[in-house]
Design a protein around this ligand. Structure first.
Ligand SMILES: [Zn+2]
Length: 472
């Protein structure tokens, strides 16, 4: 994905996540026709029926059960891995078993980055193993590794101000504080490139998380054009802070870094399963998550749970015999973590279908208690979604946050298609994100039921209501 777009997206997500200044426009500025308002208000009863089915009815606990079957069976599902492809096959079989329609997978080429047996050891001033995780797309070190003095900075300005001899042929360690995912994430994304520009031979970045139990957090990084690609990895808060203190005391720090990472490409697939619409089945409401994950933990939170709430929506609606007018299409996108590769490929391969897309939904920042929706699209569409959310006052999921809703569907919403992401109560999301801690233990079965209930009910209303949500 284009770097600038990714950056804007991440900053937006960070803003919403920190609940700093949610951009909210006024309900009073809405000027919908009484017909539209009353059509949407008419879904109150059915919304409650769907919600009850998840929260206290026959589907209670089922989303979590299915999620646990999935993550325990396949574990992490990194782009280009066999685990990922096996998990896609499994979801196709599950989709057929649950009588979804038009079940198929669409191939695309994806990056396949494998970290290998990597390590970092502090050799001076004392010997200490530094828990680390190479960052996605990092180049390898030479096979014998790199042994070099380290220089620690807390921001790019400090790096810039260092005399050349302090940086050339050194390992730059970034001990940047956690401010937000967007802001602090710049060090993960561009730390290697900025260090390389100054002549460093490797970089280590303090993990981008607000909280640490001595666990490193990986993620995608990007080499800027015309810089020498140098190896780069994340280390823990605890170690980055220690290295900073040692440097302040005037200690000579020497680190040995070994990373045998490889990068090639593989074929992966975006998976599609439909609940065919009863009336205007050509029109599509897409409900989605990304099925790939990082290669640590098992990606229960990022983003298997997002996939499952998007996949159980048509399954439950079918069980309830609630067939919306438009087709509800679940898409499990591949290779999001290495740059929204699957969604971009899908969009390019389905230009005709694109015309039929009425609305898009994606859950990719956690499936905790729903608070409302991230929305991007036309003003009238925003007003219509405000009316929809009035039906969810009983679970306090009524807020609209105006921002790019989620990474995969941003491929469409950036073109004016209306779309939403699941805005949820996720202050601990980045504690687990892209780390060994992203496992099923993060997911609470009861809260997941509420998220799944909300998501399915919203999807039914937007797929069934009389009036299309206009494009921007
Ligand atoms: Zn994700």
């Amino acid at each position: 994905m284009e770097l600038k777009k990714l950056y804007i997206y991440i900053v937006c997500i960070a803003i919403a996540k920190c609940a700093a200044v949610p951009i909210q426009s006024k309900d009073e500025l809405c000027n919908l026709s009484p017909e539209i308002v009353s059509d949407i208000a008419g879904y109150a009863e059915v919304a409650n029926k769907i919600m009850d089915y998840f929260i206290k009815g026959p589907f209670k606990g089922k989303t979590w059960e299915r999620l646990s079957d999935f993550v325990d069976k396949f574990g992490p599902r990194s782009s280009g891995s066999k685990n990922l492809e096996d998990s896609i096959d499994y979801m196709m079989v599950e989709s057929l078993t649950n009588k979804l329609e038009n079940v198929h997978a669409v191939e695309c080429e994806v990056p396949h980055w494998v970290r290998g047996e990597e390590s970092a050891i502090m050799l001076k001033p004392r010997i200490k193993k530094l828990p680390m995780l190479g960052l996605g797309y990092s180049v390898a070190t030479p096979s014998e590794g790199i042994t070099a003095e380290a220089v620690v900075v807390q921001n790019f300005e400090e790096l810039e101000a260092l005399p050349s001899e302090r940086v050339v042929n050194k390992i730059v360690v970034y001990d940047q504080p956690y401010i937000s995912y967007g802001e602090s994430g710049l060090y993960r994304r561009y730390g290697a490139s900025e260090a390389s520009k100054r002549g460093a031979i490797a970089a280590l970045v303090r993990s981008v998380t607000p909280f640490s139990l001595a666990t490193p957090h990986t993620g995608q990084q990007m080499y800027l054009e015309n810089v020498t690609k140098i190896p780069v990895a994340a280390i823990t808060h605890e170690d980055a802070d220690m290295l900073w203190r040692q440097q302040k005391r005037g200690e000579n720090i020497v680190i040995h870094l070994k990373m045998p990472a490889i990068l090639d490409t593989k074929i992966s697939r975006n998976m599609v399963a439909d609940l065919k619409g009863s009336d205007n089945s050509k029109k599509l409401v897409i409900i989605s998550g990304h099925i790939d994950s990082w290669d640590v933990g098992d990606g229960s939170m990022d983003d298997a749970a997002g996939c499952f709430i998007s996949w159980v929506a048509p399954v439950v609606l079918k069980e309830l015999d609630l067939i919306p007018k438009r087709t509800l299409r679940t898409i499990l996108f591949t290779a999001e973590e290495l740059g929204v590769i699957g969604a971009q490929a899908y969009e390019a391969q389905h230009k005709e279908d694109n015309e039929n897309i009425s609305f898009l939904m994606e859950s990719d920042v956690g499936t905790f208690a729903p608070l409302g929706l991230f929305y991007e699209g036309s003003k009238d569409g925003e007003c219509m979604m405000r009316e929809v959310l009035k039906l969810f006052a009983s679970i306090n999921a009524t807020e609209i946050i105006l921002q790019e809703p989620a990474p995969d569907i941003s491929v469409w919403t950036s073109q004016g298609y209306p779309g939403v992401g699941l805005y949820n109560d996720n202050p601990r999301y980045f504690w687990f994100h892209h780390s060994e801690g992203d496992t099923l233990n993060v997911e609470d079965p009861n809260i997941l039921d509420v998220a799944a209930a909300f998501w399915a009910a919203v999807s039914y209303i937007v797929a069934d209501m009389k009036y299309d949500i206009p494009r921007d």
